[in-house]
Design a protein around this ligand. Sequence first.
Ligand SMILES: Nc1ncnc2c1ncn2[C@@H]1O[C@H](COP(=O)(O)OP(=O)(O)OP(=O)(O)O)[C@@H](O)[C@H]1O
Ligand SMILES: [Mg+2]
Length: 229
Amino acid sequence: MIRMKSIWRVYDTGKVKVEALRNIDLFIQPNEFISIMGPSGSGKSTLMNIIGCLDVPTGGNYALEGKEVSKLHPNQLAEIRNRKMGFVFQNFNLLNYASVYENVELPLIFAGLSFRKRRKRVEEMLDRVGLVERRNHLPSELSGGEMQRIAIARALVNNPSIILADEPTGNLDSVTGKEIINIFEELWSQGNTVVMITHDPEISSRTKRIIKLKDGMIENDEKNHHNHQ
Ligand SMILES: Nc1ncnc2c1ncn2[C@@H]1O[C@H](COP(=O)(O)OP(=O)(O)OP(=O)(O)O)[C@@H](O)[C@H]1O
Ligand SMILES: [Mg+2]
């Protein structure tokens, strides 16, 4: 589903060039459950942004579902993001002045679905994360774990090919973090592809493959034998 060959990402800030990714080769199959680990500054978010088409590599090839994306126009990248990617972030990134329902509905408005179809889909997603009864609340009225469940519902609402999460449990206590990882595990067991950045070995131990980055390179990429099906 994802095939990266010799991916480089160099940030050119004028005086200095930062080689955030150096010669990354990465294959991801459908229905994998992956965590990306590594020290701060090792390139994890940069790699995830490129996987999610939020950013483009400086060099190398990236094929998504057989299509080369590294040369696409920004509008085409936006289209891929909307149709194929579901993003979850550490700080939830919810709209503070929109209700829970409206937050989950927004991607469907961009996708052009009718009111009826949107309502059905939003309710399915809220049900899936167990928060139907909070539909009219504002994000500020929810706990951190509930906000992240809403962000997951929003990420899933367009039925993406891949769910990308950048430290989704980073702002949560360990019990709430485990609830979030339970949801990701359930999504994986239902056939979704999940790629998640984490610093927490307990969280990564729940995934099936652990990729470790160091200095912009893949230091280690292996099946998680402690958690092998
Ligand atoms: N927009 C940017 N301009 C210049 N340099 C950047 C930019 N974004 C990231 N970098 C640099 O690229 C390197 C990789 O950054 P990245 O954010 O991918 O690291 P990370 O592994 O996600 O770290 P963290 O665990 O702290 O989130 C770092 O040296 C960072 O300073
Ligand atoms: Mg990061």
